[in-house]
Write a protein that binds this ligand. Structure first.
Ligand code: HEM
Length: 545
């Protein structure tokens, strides 16, 4: 929102240049004094310029979400300098729960703010300034406009319904069985397996075969280090550079690959994935009949089967793709590419992180691990039989372990920004002016000691209290909430139960002794990128049960 515009339009070029510093100074003065957010506590530098945020995003290598904790602590006790009693009361009522973190941006810490920003009934659009940096503006995730996104979700939603997930459970189970067999090969070598990469690989295989009908077999790759599984982290840090210098995003999207690679070698992972997925899309658009041979419905079936058109999107019938003009095909290709790249990413890193976090804490706490294993053995006495998702989800301790792992793996770690509409909004009792960007980070809510006492302690027991479903579940926001919540939530829950249930029923895992809490420090690039040693474990087959 620009509240300040004073430059005359008929200036000569040198005069205009001479006025630029004046314009910048005037804008800063305005932001610090007359701007509608001027009375909200927060660092003056952040109120003056977005360079403040860029510093924590880019220079500090993804440290914004950590810094937010410090800001709320600091501005919860800040001394006030307000000119009148109304303003004083206003500031006192919001003190500590909201901080002005940018010229036009507020961050909230009041637990109730989450529902106001993201919950049922919220129609705030996503903030384009951030979401465009991911380069997937045509995907469900990248659609910032609320109503457009709802159409898109309606077209893709059935692929991720509970029914659709249950239908494909056996396929998921095959990937999990493969993971268990691969991990068992480490029993003979007596080497510790990289669980972080193993779990990332199985979730990558699951999401790719679920959404695209084929996968990389990343689990079979030596050391679980398939290039795609590894390259996702290698590319992600560029997103904040793209956010603060959007022209670089445009250049990456439009320039030839060789030039993009020469200018930014770190984009190789992105190009590799885009090329691989692009080849599959081309094959389907050229010969859509191959969809008929697919073992099950995929993302392509949901778009290239009239579903898209039904919901007002550029969907086509299978037989119609051959009659599409070159331009229409290119449009369709880009759309499918954005969707595919996003689903591959959204569906593998997140589930992989949650599983790794569960394993990390279970391997450090014998008491918690034993409770889980005892429950699994009771429910699943014969390990050679299989136990399905619908049986596993009835197990209270396993469910509590998963919820606690979701809480401490955060889901996304970057506060997801939304923009208040032209009539303004109210968040946690604070009136927010039109056009303001608002957000509340999952780490801030999941670490709130009033909601989750001793928040950094992994305690499945907190989810087993008689009233926890009523009191705690609404504050577990790893999947976000409301109309823009995670569309893959059913698939994710199914994966979490199958992977963790099988892992801790069939294998005896022992930490290799090199992991510590320090390894949980992360760089924040929408999702957490852990800095430390990957979790490794010695693997044995479960015995005597
Ligand atoms: C533990 C696993 C997962 C977690 C914690 C998680 C978390 C989230 C969160 C927090 C959002 C909201 C993002 C935002 O508002 O910008 C989201 C959106 C989304 N997720 Fe997930 N996710 C998980 C698994 C999956 C899976 C398995 C898929 C599909 C393969 C998926 C696909 C999506 C999509 C397409 C969106 C965009 C929805 C929209 O913007 O309307 N996610 N997810």
């Amino acid at each position: 929102m620009s509240h300040f515009s004073f430059l005359p339009t008929n200036l000569s070029l040198p005069a205009a240049f001479a006025l630029i510093p004046l314009y910048i100074i005037a804008r800063i003065v305005y932001r610090l004094t007359w701007h509608p957010l001027a009375t909200i506590p927060g660092p003056k530098f952040a109120a003056a310029t977005t360079l403040y945020r860029a510093y924590y995003d880019v220079v500090c290598d993804g440290q914004w979400s950590e810094h937010l904790h410090a800001l709320h602590a600091q501005y919860g006790t800040a001394s006030l300098n307000t000119p009148n009693i109304q303003q004083l009361l206003k500031v006192l009522s919001i003190l500590g729960t909201v901080v002005r973190v940018g010229p036009n941006e507020l961050h909230f810490s009041d637990p109730n703010a989450h529902a106001d920003i993201y919950g049922t009934g919220s129609t705030f659009p996503k903030d384009q300034k951030m979401y465009r940096c991911f380069g997937s503006s045509k995907s469900v995730f990248g659609q910032t406009d609320f109503h457009h996104a709802q159409k898109h979700r309606a077209a893709l939603g059935p692929l991720f319904s509970r029914r659709a997930t249950l239908k494909l459970e056996q396929q998921l189970q095959r990937h999990v069985d493969n993971l268990i067999s691969r991990l068992l090969t480490y029993e003979t070598t007596r080497k510790a397996a990289d669980l972080h990469l193993a779990l990332r690989s199985v979730t990558l295989d699951i999401v790719t075969s679920y959404c695209f009908g084929s996968c990389f077999n990343a689990v079979d790759y030596a050391g679980f280090s398939h290039p795609v599984a590894v390259s996702m982290d290698a590319t992600l840090h560029l997103c904040w550079v793209f956010k603060h210098i959007p022209i670089l995003r445009t250049l990456t999207d439009t320039c030839p690959e060789w030039l993009g690679l020469a200018l930014m070698p770190a984009t190789k992972g992105y190009y590799d994935q885009a090329n691989q997925l692009g080849a599959q899309i081309d094959e389907i658009l050229d010969n859509p009949q191959i969809l008929a041979n697919s073992e099950h419905d995929t993302m392509y079936h949901y778009f290239i089967e009239h579903q898209g058109q039904k919901h007002g999107l550029p969907g086509v019938k299978r037989e119609e793709t051959q009659q599409m003009t070159k331009k229409e095909k290119a449009k369709m290709r880009l759309w499918l590419l954005h969707e595919g790249l996003n689903l591959r990413f959204a569906g593998s890193e997140t589930v992989g992180n949650a599983c790794t976090m569960a394993a990390f804490y279970l391997l450090r706490d014998e008491v918690v691990k034993k409770k889980l294993v005892d429950e699994l053995v009771r429910a699943w006495p014969d390990v050679d039989e299989s136990l399905g998702y619908e049986e596993l989800e009835k197990l209270p301790y396993l469910t509590a372990v998963i919820k606690e792992a979701l809480r401490l793996s955060w889901g996304t770690v970057t506060p997801m920004p939304r923009v208040v509409g032209p009539t303004g909004g109210v968040v946690a009792g604070v009136a927010v002016p039109p056009g303001t960007t608002i957000a509340m980070g999952n780490t801030v809510l999941h670490r709130n000691p009033d909601v989750f006492p001793d928040p950094l302690h992994f305690s499945p027991e907190r989810w087993l209290q008689p009233d926890s479903a009523a009191t705690l579940d609404r504050y577990l926001v790893a999947f976000s909430k409301g109309p823009r919540a995670c569309i893959g939530i059913n698939l994710a829950w199914c994966e979490l139960y199958l992977i963790l249930g099988n892992l801790f029923r069939k294998l005896e895992l022992t930490d290799d002794g090199h992991s510590s809490l320090k390894d949980l420090e992360f760089r924040e690039y929408f999702i957490p990128l852990y800095r430390g040693h990957h979790l490794h474990a010695y693997v044995e087959k479960t015995r005597g049960q």
